[in-house]
Design a protein around this ligand. Structure first.
Ligand SMILES: Nc1ncnc2c1ncn2[C@@H]1O[C@H](COP(=O)(O)OP(=O)(O)O)[C@@H](O)[C@H]1O
Ligand SMILES: [Mg+2]
Length: 410
């Protein structure tokens, strides 16, 4: 019998597979699959998920993991515990005795490749392994998107929590320290402060572009944007209060679309009142939600997160707790916040007068004023996280953990 050539690279350091099974009959079925692929018989072991955890600790996880969850009281929980210790890209086939469509769906939802009922049928097992080994076809539906800049949208759960500070400093660090060509766009058309934060005069072209999107081309964008440095350009406007702007509804979308052709990254400071007004969210690869550790911060994080799950399911959510420590004992702890808001805090930025506030007062980015210390480290961590996501096309957690992250836990 000839097997289709597996498309995974079997010669790299990671083992092709490891299987942990609870009984000898299942072990025999797996051993025959191992032999057919020329994989070591030592890769099929007797044991449960806890044994797998012990075995895999401290080494690169294999590309394919077969886990027997039959003896487990809570298969899903067991699996997720293991996910913390798995390298990204590891695929999982689960075996079990519970014939329950809900469990099956939950396992598929968290990214398990297949769930096979015991006693396992040899052919079904073979098929499942073959299937798990096939690399997904690259998405060729929109090839031109490959060159498009990554869109990063920053939203404040509430006013004044520091969304603009995060947007400006993220854009600055990406441009100055990570050598990306970055566009920073302020969609608060009346009270935007991104240009102010970098001591720049807002340009005049934004309004014109909004009212007359037919004129938007790369040259126009360059003229409309204010140059902070070779790598960082800002699009901001200070519209006169009381004067209504009548933007063409599609203008902002077109503007963002064009900008994504001219830059490596586009960072949007999006007022939460405008969440549903633009395609910024639906096109974003990353949404950064900035909140403070207060009851209102929890409530608004919950509500915005719920909205994002619906309206921007493609985006990875990064939650930033900012101005941490400002309110002393009146503040929630990070743990309390996470529990209430049902999302993990990914980055925590302390309230910092000498660095963050001083930088804003001087119209500079934080690293220009305070190059060391916790606030700037947190801001750099945020940029690294964004870049990392770009290079690995996903974050560093295995797929099933990532899915859970999006849903805020099961
Ligand atoms: N971590 C921080 N430490 C000290 N001051 C901060 C911090 N983050 C933001 N600020 C200050 O808080 C104020 C509001 O921040 P801003 O970014 O304009 O909030 P938003 O855009 O969410 O309304 C600004 O004066 C800013 O300099
Ligand atoms: Mg703001």
């Amino acid at each position: 019998m000839t097997l289709p050539a597996p498309t995974l690279d079997m010669n790299s350091d990671r083992a092709p597979w490891a299987a942990f099974v609870g009984d000898d009959m299942t072990r025999q079925a797996l051993l025959s699959v191992a032999r057919e692929h020329g994989w070591s018989e030592d890769s099929v072991l007797l044991g449960d998920a806890a044994e797998a955890l012990r075995h895999l600790a401290g080494q690169a996880t294999p590309k394919l993991l077969v886990l027997d969850l039959a003896g487990s009281a809570d298969p899903l929980d067991e699996l997720l515990g293991l996910a913390d210790h798995c390298d990204p890209g590891t695929r999982v086939i689960a075996l079990g005795t519970v014939n329950d469509v809900n469990l099956y769906r939950q396992l598929m939802d968290v990214g398990v490749e297949d769930y096979l009922l015991k006693p396992v049928n040899g052919d079904a097992l073979r098929d499942a392994v073959e299937h798990a080994l096939i690399e997904p076809e690259p998405d060729v539906s929109e090839p031109e998107d490959d060159d498009k800049a990554r869109l990063i949208t920053v939203i404040g759960a509430r006013g004044g929590v520091g969304a603009t500070t995060v947007a400006v400093n993220t854009a600055w660090i990406l441009a100055h320290e990570k050598d990306k060509r970055v566009a920073l766009v302020d969609l608060d058309l009346y009270f935007g402060t991104t240009a102010l934060a970098l001591d720049l005069e807002p340009g005049r072209g934004f309004r014109e572009a909004l009212e007359n999107p037919a004129r938007i081309d790369s040259l126009f964008i360059e003229r409309a944007m204010v140059r902070e440095s070779d790598n960082l350009f800002v699009l901001d406007t200070e519209e006169t209060m009381g004067q209504a702007i009548h933007p063409d509804p599609t203008a902002i979308d077109q503007l963002l679309e064009k900008m994504r052709d001219s830059f490596d990254m586009v960072v949007v400071d999006l007022p939460r009142e405008s969440l549903s007004n633009t395609s910024a969210l639906t096109e974003s690869g990353e949404v950064i939600l900035v909140a403070d550790l207060t009851i209102a911060g929890i409530r608004d994080t919950l509500r915005i997160h719920e909205y994002l799950v619906q309206s921007a399911p493609q985006a990875r959510l990064t939650v930033v707790a900012n101005r941490v420590g400002l309110m002393g004992r009146g503040e929630m702890t990070r743990g309390e916040f996470e529990k209430g808001a049902e999302v993990p805090v990914d980055i925590s930025i302390p309230f910092d007068i000498a660095g963050v506030l001083e930088a804003a007062n001087q119209g500079k980015a934080v690293p220009e004023v305070a190059n060391r210390g916790k606030p700037v480290t947190a801001l750099r961590d945020l940029s690294t996280r964004i870049l990392h996501d770009e290079t690995v096309d996903g974050d560093s957690r295995p797929a099933w953990k990532r899915l859970l992250g999006l849903k805020g836990g099961l």
